[in-house]
Design a protein around this ligand. Structure first.
Ligand SMILES: [Fe+2]
Length: 174
């Protein structure tokens, strides 16, 4: 009976050893990276929602162009959010996934249904640029921690958001 109990304790210790992350990124660094990634997930999610709102409610001469562009962008955001949240899990933390948490972590404000085309474009442009600035703060943290996977992921996201910002900006330039 005693032997069985000792074996059980031993098994538990082994299990604990197995679930502790040992990937070469320091725990304190992981916390900082996860905090940045969580803000990026929250802002990306609210931007996806706003992009949908404008996709549905856009009116005017640019209807078809904006309708198509927003569709491409919310589709991309949906898949990127999944990758970013799964990166948080791979770093050993829980991924945020409620509207309450997202609004606490996010600077992206709700869009307005009756915005003009120009207002929609300006609003999306600002959000893409703000996300780019946030990612630029997180990349050096991940880089310093030796987390090249997060650096790679954010480099891809930066490429997409800067391209989107350029495209929206081009509508407003004369
Ligand atoms: Fe649609």
């Amino acid at each position: 009976m005693e032997t069985v109990e000792l074996n059980e304790i031993k098994l538990k210790e082994e299990d604990r050893y197995k679930i502790e992350l040992n990937t070469g990124i320091q725990a304190m660094d992981r916390v900082e990276i996860v905090s940045g990634l969580s803000e990026i997930v929250a802002n990306s999610y609210l931007l996806m929602l706003k992009t949908h709102l404008y996709h549905w409610n856009v009116k005017g001469d640019l209807f078809y162009t904006i309708h198509k562009m927003t569709e491409e962008q919310y589709t991309d955001l949906f898949s990127a959010i999944d990758d970013l949240a799964e990166r948080i899990r791979a770093l050993g933390s829980g991924a945020p996934g409620t509207l309450g948490e997202f609004s606490k972590l996010s600077f992206v404000k709700d869009g307005k249904m009756n915005s003009t085309e120009k207002e929609m474009i300006g609003d999306l442009l600002n959000d893409h640029e703000e996300l780019v600035r946030l990612m630029r703060e997180v990349v050096p943290v991940a880089n310093k921690a030796g987390d090249e996977v997060t650096v790679d992921l954010l480099t891809q996201r930066l490429t997409t958001h800067e391209k989107n910002a350029w495209m929206w900006r081009s509508f407003l330039e004369k």
